[in-house]
Design a protein around this ligand. Sequence first.
Ligand code: ADP
Length: 562
Amino acid sequence: MKILGNRAFRWALLMIGLFAIIALTTMNVLSLYDLRSRMVEGEEERRVDQLDEINDTIRNQIIDPLRGISSIELETIENSIQHSGQLPDNINEVLMRSAASPFFKDIYFTPDGTDPCTEGSQVYRYDPVNNQIVPTDQYPKLVCDGVGIARTKTKIQLNDFNYRWNNNFEFDTHRSLNLGLINLNENSLIGILTLILNEQYIIEEVFPPYLKNYFGNSEESGVAVWIRDWTNDEILATNDPSVEFNFDIVDHRMRFSGSGFFDNWTLNLAFLESPVSAAYNATLVKNLFVLGFAMLFLTGSLIFMFVTAQRERRLAQTQANFLANVTHELKTPLAVMQAAGENISDGRVTEPKRLKQYGDHIYNESIRLKGMIEKLLDVARVDSGQNLAKAAPYSLHDLMTSYLEENRAYVEKKGFEVKFTSDHENTLCLVDKDHIETIISNLTENAIKYSRDEKIIEYQVSSDNKHVYMSITDHGIGIPKKEQKNIFKKFYRVENSDTTSSKIKGHGLGLSIVKNMVDLNKGSIEVKSNPGEGTTFIVRFPKLSQDSGQSHTSLDHNDNLK
Ligand code: ADP
């Protein structure tokens, strides 16, 4: 119950850890992107504000000379024209200021009763040299357009009871600024001042320095700005002529706004990659990379720690099981021997046939006990690293032959047919004789344990240019492919009905001992097996070269089978 609880707790901890890593990473990535978009958005807003600023500044500059007109009494205009054919002085003053402004080319005055759209009508042109207005029927068509707009709009304002200004100004796009002059006493329109805008000056002299000042070179600022006449599809000004205008790259578009002011012109802004944003992007990538790496590293170590802990726990458990099993295994033969010995020493068994039987029991059990103890000692030696190979040149053929001489009877007694083939009697390897014996004996024990009806064990010794091979084949139950890589691990047993129902006894140690001894002797081991067909273990050792005598070897340590 406690173990289960611990297990669930460990899994929960792992999940929480993983969740925390993912949450932290996600949070960081999001905040990085957030920061980036804030920076970009902030930059975009700032640039758009700058467009507004340019817009307002130019507009104010244009209107500037006309300031103060609201406080002039305009009612005197009509009288003044009637008597002297001139505008009052205070109006002339405003006109003089306006004529001096580079924004205006010409100034016309159209009294309310006059329609400049009828050819030959008489309007007034302001003459800045003499500071007076001169009647003329020669005026540009622009006057007709401007007056038309201003008259209509001003009359609409006059109908509005709340409109308390003495003038109303209207832009005819980028062409003229028109000022409707109002008689506040009579609530009527006196006339219209038309100030013709100097389009060329605005385009050539005003826009370029503004764009340059605010947006600089697009390479430095990362921004390209175009002022475009959309009615004529024409670029009037840009901060960087090297960047071609293209609708696809424009991020922000606005009109010059207010009172039809430059209505046909748009301001277009494109965000190109500036050094700042390029640097930021590079930092972003770097940050993401480091973050990703840290995340992978953290996740990796967490999982590694978890898996290691799991494995150690499993190992501890297997070792505990092993100890319990071993104790049991050791006790069983001892109990048999004890009982048999007791019976004999008591003198209860005297009959020679029974005596022999008891003697056999004691003998067989002591052999089993000895085998067990030897195996345990092997494991202990392997674990403590004491099992160094006492290597000397041996012929595997001879070692195999002597093993079989000693053990053939034992194997055959178990009902097995033993076959031995070898064509390499004199080929030598540098190995520890005892280790080879342990290897053969363990593989033989397994072949016996895991065979069923077809009881044949084939021993073979062969060689090629570099290696000598020793193989042991049975026709037993075989090992599933996916288990084959695990069987050499300590305490590992293939789980099947035979092993789990403990029909076939074992502790998962034999092959780990074998593998260890093969390694100690610079060899390698391979298993070939098909479930139901049988198993072959092939052990390979480097050949001792013919001319190297007894003290030199041609060991090829890296050249393993696997
Ligand atoms: P065990 O004490 O279980 O035999 P080993 O380390 O000797 O331990 O073997 C590990 C596992 O490999 C065994 O549990 C068995 O499932 C499998 N195995 C080993 N040798 C053979 C074989 N000759 N035929 C089939 N299975 C084998």
